[in-house]
Design a protein around this ligand. Structure first.
Ligand code: SAM
Length: 364
């Protein structure tokens, strides 16, 4: 009986503590608690904090905890700063504060300054604490932790590569948002194929935790040599080959990241069709292309690619089809399609297509 009661209490406490702890809600709870803790409604703060947290569906323990900014240690500086701030807002200057001001004719004046100042101070301190809280919660989120573990794994995989290559991998892992998007996805099972794999970073990323078979190809012999050396301890085969003629094995996941633009429009569509046909039931095809519909961001993205093409002496211009063309070739091949538009940390606009071949039962 007592054990069951304890279990209920523990469950209730866990629900309370973990309720709505996404970055925005946690930030809002801290903002509310601090604001209420600073404004002079002494005696009503707990009631106001819990009541508003219930009303706004915020985390109640966190809101309540934030009101403890009002504690014996911080109360004097909070009151003095509120009065000074209120004075400054009303008269445009700060007057030296002294206890005598809290008596006699000045009392009403000072009370007014205190209330006004505390409202503004509450907004400022609450706002700053909310930003810090949201950032910390975002950083500590399990998905972020998963991402960090993935990134560490990839960096370890390339730890023995030459300095420039190792540095390139580190910077790319840090800057390219594609990896946080991939970390949040279910990447299927079975063979992973990365077409135009470059150094093989995405292959290493996909191999985190399970020893999946990894297959990759790229035209760049140096990058393939780096990939072969780095991925040698994994179940990987990478080779210098053209994606247009690469014999695709049956795969659970096919990746094409920033490669389609090197091919003509017809070649891109033909490759995507071949990929769809090579996927096992439930398998995924994930590819990234530039977003042509983001105005200045699109111009910057294509401009940067043109620069890259001329440095690499590709001898052609990047070709990007419309999102509708990519979508329709996938749908014609019977794929379920999702697409995510996103801006990268560098000012680049991309679309990530996430297509899934229906599992055998649901395809019937
Ligand atoms: C922008 S890089 C992307 C590399 C890799 N997918 C990544 O995300 O790190 C484009 C890569 O595509 C490769 N590539 C371009 N055309 C190709 C083709 N026809 N066959 C194989 N690889 C190709 C280039 O050599 C280059 O490594």
């Amino acid at each position: 009986m007592l054990q069951r009661f304890n279990a209920h209490i523990r469950k209730f406490a866990a629900t309370l503590l973990t309720e709505r702890l996404d970055p925005a809600s946690a930030g809002a709870a801290v903002f509310l608690g601090i604001f209420i803790g600073i404004v002079p409604i002494y005696g009503l703060q707990t009631l106001a904090a819990v009541g508003l947290a219930v009303l706004l569906r915020l985390n109640k323990p966190l809101t309540l905890a934030a009101t403890f900014i009002n504690n014996p240690l911080l109360l004097p500086p909070i009151v003095i700063s509120s009065v000074e701030l209120g004075d400054f807002l009303r008269h445009g200057s700060i007057r030296p504060w002294h206890l005598a001001a809290l008596s006699g004719v000045q009392l009403k004046e000072q009370l007014f300054s205190w209330v006004l100042g505390s409202l503004v101070l509450g907004l400022l301190v609450g706002g700053a604490a909310a930003i810090v809280t949201a950032a910390v919660v975002h950083w500590m989120a399990p998905s972020r932790r998963g991402l960090r573990e993935h990134i560490r794994f990839v960096n370890r995989t390339f730890a023995g590569s030459a300095r420039f290559d190792r540095g390139f991998v580190r910077w790319k892992m840090r800057l390219d948002r594609i990896f946080s998007l991939l970390a949040a996805e279910e990447l299927g099972s079975g063979t992973v194929v990365d077409l135009g794999c470059g150094y093989g970073m995405a292959l290493s990323f996909a191999a985190f935790r399970d020893g999946r078979r990894l297959v990759g190809c790229d035209l760049n012999a140096h990058r393939i040599a780096v990939a072969q050396q780095a991925l040698r301890a994994l179940n990987a085969e990478t080779s210098v080959q053209d994606v247009r003629h690469f014999a695709l094995p049956p795969a659970g996941l096919i990746l094409i990241l920033d490669v389609l633009q090197y091919l003509s429009g017809e070649e891109q569509l033909a490759l995507l069709k071949r990929c769809c046909a090579s996927l096992e039931p439930g398998g995924r095809l994930i590819f990234r292309v530039h977003d042509r519909e983001r105005g200045l961001w699109s111009a910057l993205t294509v401009g940067l690619d043109r620069l890259l093409f001329s440095v690499e002496r590709v001898g052609a211009r990047p070709i990007i089809l419309s999102a509708a063309q990519y979508r329709s070739v996938l749908q014609e091949a019977g794929m379920q399609v999702e697409c995510r538009r996103f801006r990268n940390r560098l000012p680049l606009a991309h679309i990530l297509f996430l297509a899934r071949r229906p599992a055998a039962e649901s395809a019937l």
